[in-house]
Design a protein around this ligand. Structure first.
Ligand code: GLU
Length: 313
């Protein structure tokens, strides 16, 4: 297939954990600009695995994206509707001998001696090579809690690199990551990889706080036979910082569209402010979403975090 005739897709994948703030909105706008600027479809996925009951929050998030002028193609995908595909991926890894049960608590993991050359914080491998009898005993010991499922990562490989459109070459840790938690929730890393591939996403733009998860996700793509870079491109974009220099948070003042509207700033003015922060508009200039797509140049994207203060509004 000629990839020029079948452009892929970009996406934004918010967790419905509250209203989107300026940092989230700016990342969404950048993801939309990357996709629209490259002729891709733009898809939305609500990552509600942890928060299936927060559906109302997701609606408010979608309304805010629309108000900014961010549009998307097709139906919004709710991650909780994708359980069968997540289970199928775990079964596929399991039948390749790449899944094992883990009964460790966080405390067990912290207390265990780390393997030589293992990246800091990596799972120490306590449950990796237990016999069937040892596993049965461990299961019994933690009942009624259930074991988590972990990936048996390739032995001896502790790092994986990829080329990021913003960060350049990034090398990050890989380890025996959790695929499914003891409470039955499928892990973010597994779900994101399975869902992006199923949705035809080949351009992943998100906050740079997630860059360290990407090597684990690329490892999973490879083991599941899904497209890996360079077929999938990554752009991890700088976060927005609050006036104290820490990552922007709701306590930093009027940082949601609702707060800003209450303070007299319209969604169009917020779009203009975000555009200015991206070097796509002059301060105070009002811009349409189409103008932003025309002006957007991925190579000119600011590499530094944007520090927001009430004076930016
Ligand atoms: N749901 C994640 C978040 O809101 C983003 C996942 C992703 O973009 O891969 O932080």
């Amino acid at each position: 297939m000629n990839s020029h005739l079948t452009p892929g897709a970009g996406r934004y994948a918010p967790s419905p954990s509250g209203e989107l703030h300026l940092g989230n909105l700016r990342t969404a706008l950048i993801a939309w600009l990357f996709a629209r600027g490259s002729g891709r479809r733009f898809l939305l996925r609500v990552e509600d695995l942890d928060r299936a009951r927060d559906a109302g929050t997701a609606d408010a998030q979608l309304a805010d994206l629309s108000a900014l002028g961010i549009d998307w193609d097709g139906e919004v995908v709710l991650q909780t509707t994708r359980a069968a595909a997540h289970e199928a991926a775990i079964a596929q890894l399991s039948s390749a001998g790449l899944v094992y049960e883990c009964t460790c608590t966080r405390k067990d993991i912290l207390a265990a001696p780390t393997a030589p050359h293992a990246p800091p914080g990596a799972y120490p491998g306590t449950c990796r090579d237990l016999t069937e009898a040892e596993r049965a005993a461990a299961r019994q010991r933690i009942a009624p809690r259930l074991p988590a499922l972990r990936l048996r990562a390739p032995a001896g490989e502790t790092g994986l690199g990829f080329d990021d459109l913003v960060l350049g070459h990034v090398v990050g840790d890989i380890d025996d990551l959790v695929l499914k938690r003891g409470d039955g929730t499928v892990a973010y890393n597994l779900a994101v990889v399975v869902d992006d591939a199923a949705m035809g996403v080949d351009q992943i733009v998100r906050g740079d706080d997630l860059a360290s998860s990407t090597p684990r996700q690329i490892l999973l793509q490879g083991l599941l036979g899904l497209p890996t870079p360079p077929k999938v491109s990554y752009a991890h974009v700088p976060l927005v910082l609050g006036p104290t220099g820490a990552r922007l948070a709701k306590r930093d003042g009027a940082v949601t569209l609702r707060d800003l509207a209450a303070a007299g700033t319209s969604a169009g003015e917020v779009r203009a402010m975000l555009a200015t922060s991206l070097g796509l508009a002059e301060p105070g200039e009002s811009v349409t979403p189409d103008q932003l797509v025309e002006r957007f140049d991925p190579a000119a994207l600011p590499r530094e975090p944007w520090v927001w203060g009430p004076a930016s509004a």
